[in-house]
Design a protein around this ligand. Structure first.
Ligand SMILES: Cc1cc2nc3c(=O)[nH]c(=O)nc-3n(C[C@H](O)[C@H](O)[C@H](O)COP(=O)(O)OP(=O)(O)OC[C@H]3O[C@@H](n4cnc5c(N)ncnc54)[C@H](O)[C@@H]3O)c2cc1C
Ligand SMILES: NC(=O)C1=CN([C@@H]2O[C@H](COP(=O)(O)OP(=O)(O)OC[C@H]3O[C@@H](n4cnc5c(N)ncnc54)[C@H](OP(=O)(O)O)[C@@H]3O)[C@@H](O)[C@H]2O)C=CC1
Length: 483
């Protein structure tokens, strides 16, 4: 496999997977569970690999799991024909079918799968006062800066900002968002309003009952490559075990701000090291800015000298077999953009769930090639589904999850849809998105027990016009009714 250490190729195929995050590791596991003798090299810049644990299929498409960092030896012990190399890929030569690592090793492949994840899309790059959070190293850097901070500005209204605003303690937080409601990437204004009391609730109790550190902050393993640029993305519970404690009192201020301009303070006599000017006309001085403004796919070392087509969001375009536009090169997870014709009920979001599903499916596609088997797009891409939790809502209010199904925010439907909402303050929030009388999406917060029934109603596209608002009547056992 490697020109220095191994001879190439066996009848069962020679595969290289780049990236030890959830997509890469799942791809390796799937490939090797189907073809145990396959010659597989996993090349990853991280000192550890990410493993899915406690996997549970909740319904046809909903899945729940934890993610743990593990030493790569665990994977190598399980799969004897696997070699894990801890080094960053420096270049890819698709014509020669080889990759070269930063250590100068060259690996030939028959099939390659790129699972190199993504990195924070920052407002401004290479500025010590603008931080992004992606991996253990950046979370530690954030924690260090925060310990001395009196005021920080968080920009963005997605998953990371939502969690940070809740988690940061003892420091004034200015939260700069474009929208009037919180968490625009996951919620509409109704769900946001339902969740706001959690933001304002006493945090002491939840912090105390939430001591389950998932993400260790160990030193890199001896011999591991430098990870500062290439660490795996964090995920659910990333902030647990990390104390985000600043120096002063908490105060939230929400400002609408379509674009932002940073003005660095260079004048002596200014009291803050950096000032941020928002488009609503306000300027705030702060210790630093957290740019929680999304991600960009990590395509960098793979593009040079090759002919990859990129999607508008910068991801490697993949077809319905997870193949890029270069022969024999697959991609999965955050680095790729699904460019097949999507099911009307599915959209790509850069999440754990989709990284696992894409890695698993890419592994199956690669195995299908060796086994000369036909393969069709997996069922998991029929319906968008995601389970998550915000603000430790689960801890504060007795195990409550957020379930998102299909076009949960009416994505792409324009005005051509209607919403039904049922909300019991502090208990549950149920939203259904209907289009042409059929259910196309749902948001379920709390212990609603509706996920399976709604998933079925969305998948079978039954005409629900005759039920009208009764669909969410709390006195009707809808689960039983549609059984
Ligand atoms: C703070 C935070 C919280 C999140 N919370 C959630 C959540 O609650 N739920 C959820 O569903 N999603 C969450 N996400 C998103 C989720 O983490 C990502 O979607 C997911 O990790 C993507 O997996 P991946 O395998 O594609 O990429 P990654 O996990 O980023 O892994 C990429 C791998 O590629 C390696 N690599 C990169 N470049 C190279 C190279 N040149 N050579 C060799 N190796 C390379 C890296 O070292 C790494 O091992 C969160 C993300 C962040 C940043
Ligand atoms: N529980 C979960 O499932 C979690 C998932 N994640 C995932 O991790 C990844 C990174 O998270 P995150 O960084 O929060 O990314 P997200 O894509 O979730 O959110 C980015 C946010 O930044 C806003 N934004 C972008 N550019 C600007 C700008 N110039 N000025 C102001 N606002 C801006 C976006 O607004 P707009 O949409 O209007 O452009 C959006 O609200 C995402 O893939 C996310 O899904 C992260 C944490 C938790």
């Amino acid at each position: 496999l490697c020109s220095d250490t191994k001879t190439a190729s066996t009848a069962s195929g020679t595969f290289v997977i780049v990236g030890g995050g959830i997509a890469g590791v799942t791809c390796v596991e799937q490939l090797l569970s189907q073809i145990p003798s396959a010659d597989v090299a996993l090349i990853t810049a991280s000192p550890h690999i990410k493993a899915v644990t406690n996997y549970k299929q909740v319904s046809k498409t909903l899945e729940k799991f934890d993610v743990e960092e593990r030493p790569s030896s665990v994977l190598e012990e399980k799969f004897p024909s696997l070699t894990v190399i801890h080094s960053a890929v420096k270049s890819l030569h698709t014509q020669a079918h080889s990759v070269e690592t930063a250590d100068g090793l060259v690996f030939g492949y028959e099939k390659l799968c790129i699972c190199s994840g993504s990195r924070p899309k920052l407002l401004i790059y290479d500025n010590p006062y603008v931080l992004g959070i992606r991996d253990t190293d950046s979370a530690q850097a954030f924690q260090k800066c925060l310990s001395k901070a009196k005021r920080i500005v968080i920009v963005g209204n997605g998953g990371i900002a939502l969690e940070l605003v809740y988690e940061v303690e003892g420091c004034e937080v200015i939260w700069a968002v474009k929208d009037k409601a919180i968490g625009n990437t996951f919620f509409d204004a109704g769900a946001a309003e339902f969740l706001i009391p959690s933001l304002e609730a006493d945090k002491t109790e939840s912090t105390a009952s939430c001591k389950r550190p998932r993400y260790t902050t160990e030193e890199p393993a001896p011999g591991a490559s430098q990870t500062a640029e290439f660490g795996s993305a964090l995920g659910p519970d990333w902030h647990e075990g990390i104390v985000f404690r600043g120096a002063e009192q908490v105060r939230w201020e929400i400002c609408e701000s379509p674009t932002l301009h940073l003005r660095l303070s260079s004048l002596s006599g200014q009291s803050w090291p950096v000032y941020i000017q928002l488009t609503n006309g306000k300027t705030f001085g702060c210790d630093f800015v957290v740019s929680a403004t999304g991600v960009v796919p990590n395509t960098e070392p793979f593009l040079h000298g090759n002919n990859f087509e990129l999607a508008d969001d910068g991801g490697l375009q993949v077809d319905d077999h997870m193949m890029t536009t270069e022969p024999d090169v697959y991609a999965a997870g955050d680095v790729c953009t699904a460019c097949w014709e999507h099911s009307p009920l599915w959209q790509q979001m850069r999440l754990w769930t989709q990284a696992r599903q894409m890695g698993w499916y890419a592994g199956r596609c690669m195995a299908a090639y060796v086994l000369s088997e036909p393969i069709e797009l997996d069922f998991c891409f029929e319906l968008f589904s995601h389970i998550t939790k915000f603000f430790n809502y689960k801890v504060m209010l007795n195990i409550y999850y957020v379930v998102l199904l299909g076009k949960f925010n009416g994505q792409g439907l324009g005005p051509n849809h209607e919403l039904l909402v049922r909300c019991t303050k502090g208990q549950e929030y149920v939203k259904v998105v209907l289009s042409g009388g059929k259910m196309v999406g749902a948001v379920l917060i709390g212990e609603t027990d509706l996920e399976e029934t709604f998933e079925n109603l969305i998948l079978n596209q039954m005409d629900l016009t005759m039920y009208g608002e009764e669909l969410l009547n709390p006195n009707i056992d809808i689960e039983d009714y549609f059984d």
